[in-house]
Structure formats: C-alpha cells, structure tokens
Design a protein around this ligand. Structure first.
Ligand SMILES: [Zn+2]
Length: 229
C-alpha cells in the first residue's frame, strides 16, 4: 500500500509536500515534530520526503521548519550540563571544552540564549548560588534539633546522603579540585566528595560539611571511621 502511494507521489509537486509538512507542524506544535508524528497525521509517508529531499531534516529545513533539539533546551538543562562538566573537570569548563564527550551540547545554545559563554557562566554562578533544596533542608533540621529533647530526632537525616551536582560544584568553587588533606589535584572519578562529619553519624549533606578528597585519603578516612567503632 505504502509502496503504491510513494509511486503515486512521484508526481506531487515539491511545494505540495512541503505545505503538508507545515500543516502537520502547525497541528502538532513545532517543538515535538517527529517523523512518527508526521506519519500519523500527514497525507504522505515520511519516506516520500526522504526520497524527494535527501533526508527528513532537509525536508523540514526546506519547509522552513528548522527543528533541532538545541532550540528546545531550557536554561535549566543548559545549567545542569555545565554542572556535570564542572564536576568532571573539577573546575570551570573552558569555552573550547564545551563539546562532546564532556558536554552534551555545543557552545551554540549558550551563546544563543545568554549572549556569550562568559555571560552564560555568570548566569550559571548565580544559579548555583541561589537558594536550593539543601539550604531549606538545613534550616528545617536546625529547628528540629533545637526543639527536640531526644537523641533519636537529632540523628534523623533531613538531608539526603547523595550529594547533588549543584552542591558538588559549590564545593569545587570553594575549595578547588584539590584533596583537602594532601593538596593533590584531582579530576573526574578521582574526585571524592567527603562528608567531614560522616553521614552515618548524623553529618549533613551541606556545603559546610563537605570537602574534596583524593581516592587514597577518602579510603584512609573510611578505614579510620571503621576502626573507631
Ligand atoms: Zn589526598
């Protein structure tokens, strides 16, 4: 059936095909316009466009529907991507480093949305320093400790053990990517984020209670805590 349709559409003018693309784009909303969605609503098969225009994206472009994921990226997604890159490197990523595999996105969306890499970084730092979950949780925790008489509630964790990417960036911004004990520079998986007062002993997952350690010292600290028990 599809094959016959394609044969038939060989005679359909380009403009008619493109107009149908635009029509479906309008119906669906441009941002999530996939080949599959077109096939459900369009008058032709998506393969017809590939045959006629080379690739699906070329057909979209020809119809004036330049659809890329980049245009849909939110500021939050872009910030989270910098967070990940920062934690991997242990420091502020450079403009020229913002490419795969370190960065999921190219520099382009940062330039487009923020007007430049420098400005994107400024906005990012504001984002990192803005009030966040951890801070709110700390305030709650302190109130609880003041009001409670029992040890049980004081030990109860109000923060998650897991350290968010944002908090990791805050630690790296404060201390740099150097082991607090030996000063060695660490990157990637060699960066260990340590709870100064162990989480198991009621230490909180907050900036004040976190530090960077190298693998050796993180292991040494873990053993020490184990022996103390
Ligand atoms: Zn060390």
């Amino acid at each position: 059936m599809k094959y016959e349709l394609n044969m038939y559409h060989r005679n359909t003018p380009d403009q008619e095909l493109l107009d149908d693309l635009k029509k479906v784009a309008d119906q669906i909303g441009m941002n999530e316009f996939t080949r599959e969605q077109y096939n459900q609503k369009g008058n032709f098969a998506s393969t017809t466009f590939e045959k006629r225009f080379g690739t699906w994206n070329k057909a979209l472009e020809k119809a004036g529907l330049k659809i890329t994921r980049k245009q849909n990226l939110s500021e939050k997604e872009l910030f989270e991507n910098i967070e990940e890159a920062w934690v991997k490197l242990g420091r502020q990523p450079l403009y020229e480093e913002m490419k795969k595999p370190l960065s999921k996105y190219s520099q382009m969306p940062y330039r487009k949305i923020f007007g430049g890499w420098r400005k994107a970084l400024e906005a990012f730092i504001e984002y990192i320093n803005s009030n966040n979950e951890e801070v709110q949780e700390t305030e709650e925790n302190e109130q609880d400790e003041n009001n409670s008489d029992t040890v049980e509630i004081a030990i109860k964790h109000k923060t998650k053990r897991n350290i968010s990417e944002r908090l990791k960036v805050q630690v790296l911004m404060r201390d740099g990517n150097k082991c607090k004990l030996c000063g060695i520079t660490v990157t990637g998986e060699d960066i260990h984020f340590d709870h100064i007062k162990p989480w198991s002993k009621g230490g909180k997952t907050v900036l004040e209670n976190l530090q960077v350690l190298c693998a050796t010292h993180n292991l040494a600290k873990g053993n020490l805590e184990y022996n103390e028990k």
